[in-house]
Design a protein around this ligand. Structure first.
Ligand code: MIG
Length: 763
């Protein structure tokens, strides 16, 4: 092939003619390259919205039979066989295609053996066969992997395989390869070079991250085209910023959503709800939200209320509101097949449900019995679903919890040929399955935004890459077990690195009975999980903090109070996250990726970059080893200072969460309250750890979108050896704090707002 024909360039897209067919490479930014084959080139994306292309100076040349594409940050070489290697600006290889043969593992498993194992009660799992196309990359000795959303197991994904096929999976052991969400996004780092790979294809896909071979890792997918993004970063944090530039950032939530949520499957009646909320206040347990699980509905019909159990839902919610409680209700996708039920009738009439190949409405079974599935890939279905939220918002519901949207089906899996639409094109469940929860959450978000004007609060169980724009997530049906508590840390950290900043687990565990020690350690470990909800399954021991006597109750209260004191630290991180995409809970590798000690550190995490949390996640433990990375750190409780890059044995009696603050940090602190009330927030304290520091604090009305039009305040707090200063960097919102305290050690200096000069002054 001559050079003239090897490629065609149009603006920032280069089409390369290879033996394997065309490859389309588009430079979106100097660091982000979109790579597609012909099949993928014309398709739309649910994860990436809008045009992400920036102006990138690009040079394209042919050198030694390879097409070389160079941006200011990287160079890609593509040979005639379609292999592709990527180098950074220092000419280091960041990621290379693997050119050898795969060394496929042979699994010995006769039909007869399978039958015997089944007879003994084993679930026989077929090896993944999802393989319409594959991408195989070179694996090096020091490579480590992160991301992939909510997968089970440990922080570093190297050596494991994972599947992307959203699954309602009550077993969350580390050997389980698929859970509720499909986020085909991977971060690779060897401490020197770091990159992200995002495979934007919703069909069932499979990652083998060095299990089959130590020489390569690979991705395979069951359908669609080759469609992936390579993104370079100077460290893990940078890659997350790039990935969320592409797929969107977790938006700033309503502030109350960062409070404590109390849930149960189910608070079944109005009395249950009054009781639980009264108890919370009576025991001075800070709490903002109570969740209503499926039993509030009339026969599990979505967008209905059981009038016997909740005779006047509107009044109940209004009552709760006067006590500063919000209510979140569950909504499942399955619509009961019932000719007397308006939701079902409307959907059938407007053809909003998934169908069999003969276009009859497809049915399966979920909570309401025989049910149908709204086809959320169609705009008209999403609009209808969005409108249906009005039923809830009219009642005074503050947020929606979307469950079962993998979608789950009790009566066997939905057959492959079942027709679901991809916008206006009929396709099948094979393409739309992993997008189902995404599109449902998106519709819910749109409905709540329209009906309330506030920042929607949505929780979803199933998700795809990019769902973070619309919804928070929880990790589904975990267990009341120490193993589940241990997994919470890597699972939420990897969700965070995958763009899902607002995530949580069921505190105390969902399935099985919790116990006082486990619940205590769970609230300590989970107190900084952005979504803070205690939830448990019907038929298990009740799990509210008062069910276990003392000292559980007192310790639980102590940590809820800590959460509420630090609520502005979290809110500031969310505000910051809209521009850098960094999560709240971060594994240490986010900021200390060159330190080999943190590459697979599973029992510690950072909150932002200034707090380090080292919870106890095993029974009977009262001391633990803590690794502190580079820099100096202070014990949050005693102020004791530690030098970093060392291990320490620290005390962790049952009531104590080992918590550390980075030298130079300034942490905002609130007086303890029992609920979040932005109107009442007229005083705040900033505490300095160490000799000097600078901090940016964000404040707004905590509710709607006015901040996007400048209605917020941004404060700069600067504390140095000889001067403390408060500067209002942006003043777009009233009222501002009446009083701001600056604290070092026990010394507090108060500043007051002087409206005439619009600045803070000491008296
Ligand atoms: O399997 O709505 O993960 O949080 O309480 C039951 C009842 C269906 C599964 C959810 C769980 C919820 C439960 N749901």
């Amino acid at each position: 092939m001559n050079h003239v024909n090897m490629y065609e360039q149009e603006h920032q897209t280069v089409k390369i003619n290879t033996i394997k067919g065309n490859l389309w490479l588009t430079a979106l930014t100097p660091e982000i390259i979109h790579i597609q084959d012909d099949a993928a080139h014309a398709t739309n994306s649910y994860a990436v919205e809008g045009n992400k292309q920036e102006v990138v100076p690009l040079t394209v040349a042919v050198q030694d039979g390879k097409v070389e594409i160079t941006t200011p940050k990287l160079r890609i070489e593509i040979d005639q066989d379609g292999y592709l290697d990527i180098f950074n600006e220092h000419d280091q290889v960041v990621l290379a295609d693997y050119r050898g043969q795969r060394e496929k593992t042979v699994v010995q498993f006769s039909e007869e053996q399978q039958e015997l194992l089944k007879a003994e009660g084993h679930v026989v799992v077929k090896q993944s066969t999802a393989s319409k196309l594959e991408v195989v990359k070179v694996l090096n000795t020091n490579d480590h992997f992160y991301g992939l959303g909510d997968k089970t197991g440990f922080l570093d994904k190297r050596g494991y395989t994972y599947d992307n096929w959203n699954t309602d999976e009550p077993n969350q052991g580390e050997e389980v390869t698929k859970l509720y969400k499909s986020i085909p996004f991977l971060i690779g780092t060897n401490g020197i070079t770091t990159y992200g790979l995002f495979f934007d294809n919703s069909f069932a896909s499979h990652f083998d991250l060095g299990k089959e071979s130590t020489k390569y890792f690979y991705y395979t997918v069951a359908g669609g085209g080759l469609d992936y993004y390579f993104m370079l970063g100077s460290n893990v944090a940078d890659v997350v910023t790039n990935y969320t530039y592409l797929t969107g950032r977790t938006p700033l939530p309503q502030k109350w959503a960062l409070g404590y949520h109390q849930s149960r499957y189910s608070y079944k009646t109005e009395q249950d709800v009054y009781q639980v909320t009264q108890k919370l206040r009576e025991l001075q347990l800070p709490c903002d939200t109570v969740h209503l699980d499926i039993d509030y509905m009339d026969g599990y019909r979505v967008f209905t209320v059981d009038k016997n159990r909740f005779p006047d839902m509107k009044r109940l919610l209004a009552d709760l509101k006067t006590n500063h409680f919000k209510v979140v209700t569950i909504i499942d996708p399955g619509v009961k097949k019932d000719d007397q039920y308006h939701i079902y009738c409307e959907g059938v009439k407007a053809q909003l449900f998934a169908t069999n190949p003969d276009r009859s409405v497809y049915t399966n079974s979920v909570w309401p019995g025989v049910s149908v599935y709204p086809d959320f890939g169609q705009a008209k279905t999403r609009q209808w679903w969005a409108c249906n939220q009005k039923f809830l918002t009219d009642l005074g519901v503050s947020g929606v919890w979307n469950d079962m949207n993998e979608p789950a089906s009790f009566n066997g899996p939905i057959p492959d040929e079942t027709v679901f639409f991809d916008e206006n094109q009929p396709t099948t469940i094979q393409k739309m399955h992993n997008l189902y929860g995404h599109n449902m959450a998106r519709a819910t978000y749109a409905g709540f935004k329209k009906q309330t004007g506030n920042r929607p609060f949505v929780i979803t169980r199933a998700a795809y890459a990019g769902t973070q724009k619309y919804s928070t997530v929880w990790t589904g049906d975990n267990r009341s077990s120490w193993a589940a508590l241990q997994m919470m840390i890597p699972q939420l950290c990897n969700l965070g690195l995958s763009g899902f900043s607002f995530a949580g687990t069921d505190i105390g565990g969902f399935l099985g009975d919790t116990n006082p020690e486990l619940l205590t350690r769970w609230i300590e470990a989970g107190i900084f999980s952005p979504l803070l909800r205690n939830h448990s399954c019907a038929g298990t021991r009740m799990q509210e903090p008062w069910q276990f006597g003392e000292p559980t109750l007192a310790i639980y209260r102590k940590y809820l109070q800590l959460r509420y004191q630090l609520i502005d630290y979290l809110y500031d991180l969310f505000a910051q996250g809209e521009s850098d995409g960094l999560p709240i809970m971060r594994p240490l590798v986010t900021h200390y990726g060159t330190d080999p000690e943190v590459l697979n550190l599973n029992d510690e995490f950072l909150v932002g970059s200034d707090l380090l949390v080292a919870p106890v996640v095993a029974p009977g433990v009262t001391k633990r080893m803590v690794y502190l990375p580079e820099g100096s750190w202070y014990d949050y409780w005693t102020g004791y200072s530690y030098a970093g890059q060392a291990y320490y044995l620290v005390d962790a009696p049952l009531d104590q969460l080992p918590l550390f603050v980075k030298d130079g940090a300034i942490i905002p602190l609130r007086p303890v309250t029992e609920y979040i009330d932005v109107q009442a927030e007229n005083m705040i304290t900033f505490k300095l750890w160490g000799e000097q520091g600078t901090y940016h604090h964000y404040q707004d009305n905590g509710a709607d979108f006015a901040y996007q039009n400048g209605e917020y305040n941004l404060y700069e707090i600067k504390m140095t050896a000889n001067n403390d200063a408060i500067r209002l960097m942006h003043h777009g919102y009233q009222p501002v704090y009446r009083q701001i305290n600056l604290q070092r050690g026990d010394l507090v200096i108060s500043f007051y707002f002087d409206a005439t000069v619009q600045t803070y002054k000491t008296k």
